[in-house]
Design a protein around this ligand. Sequence first.
Ligand code: KG4
Ligand code: ZN
Length: 353
Amino acid sequence: MKSEPLVMGIETSCDETGVGIVRGTELLADAIASSVEEQARFGGVVPEVASRAHLEAMVPTVRRALDEAGVALSDLDGIAVTAGPGLAGALMVGVGAAKAYSMATGVPLYGVNHLSAHIAVDTLENGPIPEPAIGLLVSGGHSAIMMVEDLAGEVTQLGASIDDAAGEAFDKVARLLGLPFPGGPHIDRAAREGDRAYVEFPRGLTAGKDMRRHRYDFSFSGLKTAVARWIEAQRAEGRTVPVNDVAAAFQEAVCDVLTRKAILAAKEHGVETLLLGGGVAANSRLRALAAERAEKAGILLRHPRPKLCTDNGAMVAALGSHLVAAQVPPSRMDFPANSSMDVTVVSLADDLR
Ligand code: KG4
Ligand code: ZN
């Protein structure tokens, strides 16, 4: 078995059609087509619009990635595809395409978990992940603290959001502030000009009792409501809302809780590496605060560059390459797209877990 497998990864779980190609942990191509501009008109992702856009973009994006990498389909050692979680119709386009490419070429197929791929992408930037590692996984659909014992198949969840995901909170608060969709990058930008201490917004699940029952869990819906109430009160009194300050204070509340709990999990489990992954890991304040606190705690912090944090095909290829190198069996050709795939299932090995 090759130690540096050549793998193509296909990602269609939400609104980006991503096709990445890697050799071992080297990134050769990262082609993306996004329907986000179409989606922005609706203020969110419309599943049917996403599926159609994937259908149109799939083949051209695969061609672009192959050209960029300078390889042919027949050179590949594996094809990996996001099997879930995500939007059912959107996932089906990627899974269908990957099966077709695999059948036509005889290249083994790996149905993988989108969330594990968000963790695996870090290998493209920083090399093999020291195991065990704590993964802080923060995206539009999930916020979780993961224990990564073995990226090829053993990840467990230590805690997760009991309501909104971190990215969802960013998107909702951005909307309240009149910023465009997706809100995360806009809040990040606005917050740079704002005062983090302007308002002290609530830190969910950090009080005494909650720290016993929900030690590594998050809650962001109360925070979102608190921001909404604060904005309403300002408007009711005829004051203009200081967008930059509210963005900075909201962002601080999210990043404070995320980093505090992730570092705590690492310390309490004796784990020396903390890894950030998912779209919200692109956030500049999250990265800075995590770096500060990790250093203080003697923990090594790793994260991919911002462009690799948000959804892309390279992350799926990175996980695929890791699975091929670890000799994990490929998936059966009849595996389904699974919109609610369990966060602890890294790949659909031939036993069709
Ligand atoms: O991982 P991702 O691209 O898609 C999902 O798997 O959900 O994450 C998308 C989420 C969105 O909610 C978006 O607003 C957020 O990541 N995001 C950010 C930033 N860039 C993207 N949130 C905060 N700061 C950012 N710079
Ligand atoms: Zn994602």
